[in-house]
Write a protein that binds this ligand. Structure first.
Ligand code: PGA
Length: 253
């Protein structure tokens, strides 16, 4: 049985004061949640938020990392540093990193490997743009993004990873994929991993991301291959995020 996961991607939002309020409310609710919960604040806040969640079941994740271990890479943060300040997960290949910061499939694959080299669990994001969706190229795009990582890291690495399917046209737009659409792509991803290793494919936790909110979470998470969510905007509101986490048992509990 795959344990559901809900991860909150705060993106470039927050302040020390706002974070304290949000995280206090989440910690208070966290014991009763039916899933693994990960919150991903901006890197500068990781240490402090990590202190706040220390005695709770909430885990800490980063939003990105450098593919290199250390050295002359001004402005970058390495996987070892993220580990050092208490992160145990890191988002890799988010569509905003791919689109706005030129992260290629090859670089994303190197970041995935770098994350695991320090013991971080990568949350690998894949997903098609609106144009690709309209062209019916979803499977082709997702396969290409997955294969780049499979080729560099090998299928065994997916035993220690999470994959998030995030159709770019659904991110921050209020337009989510329907549960059937999400399920179809998730099944495709699982089959692609399972073709190389059936046990790893079966155990791989697949998250849906893109305008997840309390109102649509239960239906999305109720799909057989949707094991939780990667939540952006709705992860900034404690009540809403907790309600999404509650929906993550998807009728499995
Ligand atoms: P959203 O973002 O929930 O605000 O659509 C999801 C994400 O980018 O991870």
């Amino acid at each position: 049985m795959r344990r559901p996961v809900v991860a909150g991607n705060w993106k470039m939002h927050g302040s020390r004061a706002d974070n304290t309020r949000l995280v206090d409310a989440l910690v208070e609710a966290s014991d009763a949640l039916p899933c693994d919960v990960v919150i991903c604040p901006p890197a500068v806040y990781l240490w402090e938020v990590g202190r706040q969640v220390k005695d709770s079941r909430i885990a800490l994740g980063a939003q990105s990392l450098c593919a290199e271990a250390q050295g002359a890479f001004t402005g970058e943060v390495s996987s070892g540093m993220l580990r050092d300040v208490g992160a145990s997960y890191v988002i890799v290949g988010h569509s905003e990193r791919r689109a706005l910061y030129g992260e290629t499939d090859a670089l994303v694959a190197r970041k995935f490997v770098a994350a695991q080299s320090s013991g971080l669990t990568p949350i690998l994001c894949v997903g098609e743009t609106l144009e690709e969706w309209e062209q019916g190229a979803t499977e082709q795009v997702v396969a290409r993004q997955l294969d780049a990582v499979l080729e560099l890291a090998g299928v065994a690495a997916f035993a220690r990873a999470i994959v998030a399917y995030e159709p770019v046209w659904a991110i921050g737009t209020g337009k989510n994929a329907t549960p059937d659409q999400a399920q179809a792509v998730h099944a495709f991803i699982r089959a692609r991993i399972a073709a190389r290793d059936a046990i790893i494919g079966d155990g791989l936790r697949l998250l849906y991301g893109g305008s997840v909110k309390a109102a649509n979470a239960a239906e999305l998470f109720g799909q057989p291959d949707v094991d939780g969510g990667l939540v952006g905007g709705a992860s900034l509101k404690a009540d809403e995020f907790v309600r999404i986490c509650v929906a993550a048992d998807g009728g499995r509990a």
